[in-house]
Design a protein around this ligand. Structure first.
Ligand SMILES: [Zn+2]
Length: 331
């Protein structure tokens, strides 16, 4: 059964060529492509060789997140997204059994984002999209994103939430790489909370959200979300009955924990016991292999890591490596 890595990134060759030749691509310098970091400068052939060594049959690839460019001019971001997505389509065409794709979108203009999503899901055969945890500070419960979610649901697009640099932690402290270590997981938890409390998942019952890095702190913190919503099991006599806190804008129909099974989560937790807890909290059918290849934070030798975990059964390992990714990607 094929092993599928559901979390991998690509820095486009056309960007690398432009940076090499003239130091610039659509106004961007060498930074967004993360050249020299991890393995972002590797060519496709090197990637395929490494996938063979790592035991990965297929990668679900996205453009490197420096290309989100939500703070750029819409037209510039639109062109960057189109070129990134076209290159991923070329990789898939050249190696259809090795790559599937998630596209980047100009999310600062939801109408343009929907247009590009329709293009890539239709003509280009992508499986979905990658978006940051917020759009230049705007969270996904804002009404401006309703057309985006409506289109994603209609198109059956997987919506992969993944950080893109700026986090709430960076506004408090910039030392010790805490924006990465803590901020990214905090942002992922905020995505879960805003989609749930904002009523987005009720409004779009067939939406397919997918959270990078195990969903951040969601699994560990979900009981506190239930508590604040007045929905903690065994406390129904407390008077805090949903929608407790209506003045706070709660729009969800169910206790926050009831939505855990609506999301997909990757296994990129770096810890067997944390992965065990994630599985026990969200359900084994919701967890997929995700390595963050070729970023510096990648899950090292991930297939062997999963297979060596004493915390997981053999059936759970197969589910994470193959069965679940195959089901999520579809035929
Ligand atoms: Zn990543």
């Amino acid at each position: 059964m094929a092993v599928i890595d559901m979390h991998a990134h690509v820095t486009p060759e056309r960007y690398k060529k432009a940076i090499r030749e003239r130091g610039e691509w659509h106004g961007l310098d060498h930074v967004p492509g993360e050249l020299g970091l991890g393995g972002f400068d590797k060519a496709v052939d090197e990637r395929l060789s490494e996938m063979d060594i790592l035991g990965v049959d297929m990668q679900l690839v996205t453009p490197t997140v420096g290309f989100y460019q939500y703070g750029n001019e819409v037209e510039v971001t639109r062109r960057i997204a189109k070129e990134c997505n076209d290159e991923i389509r070329e990789m898939i065409d050249a190696h259809p059994s090795r790559f599937a794709g998630l596209a980047t979108l100009p999310m600062q203009d939801p109408a343009s984002a929907v247009a590009e999503m329709e293009r890539i899901m239709g003509d280009l055969g992508f499986r979905g999209v990658i978006v940051s945890d917020h759009v230049a500070g705007r969270t996904y419960d804002e009404p401006e994103f309703l057309p985006f979610f409506a289109a994603a649901e209609e198109l059956g697009a997987l919506v992969f939430f993944h950080q893109g640099g700026d986090t709430v932690v960076n506004h408090r402290i910039r030392r010790y790489k805490l924006g990465n270590a803590v901020g990214n997981l905090t942002e992922r938890t905020l995505v879960y909370a805003t989609l749930v409390f904002g009523g987005i998942l009720d409004r779009f019952p067939d939406l397919r959200p997918y959270l990078a890095h195990g969903g951040g702190y969601t699994a560990f913190g979900i009981a506190r979300m239930d508590k604040v919503a007045g929905a903690l099991e065994g406390e129904s006599g407390s008077g805090l009955i949903p929608p407790f806190g209506q003045a706070d804008g709660f729009a969800q129909a169910l206790p926050p924990s009831d939505y855990l099974g609506r999301f997909i989560y990757d296994c990129c937790t770096y810890s067997g016991s944390a992965l065990r807890y994630l599985i026990d909290t969200v359900g084994i059918d919701r967890v997929v292999l995700g390595t963050d290849y070729p970023a510096p934070m990648l899950l090292h030798d991930a297939v062997n890591w999963v297979n060596g975990l004493t915390e997981l059964t053999e059936a759970e390992k197969t589910a994470i490596l193959s069965t679940n990714p195959g089901r999520v990607l579809g035929p």
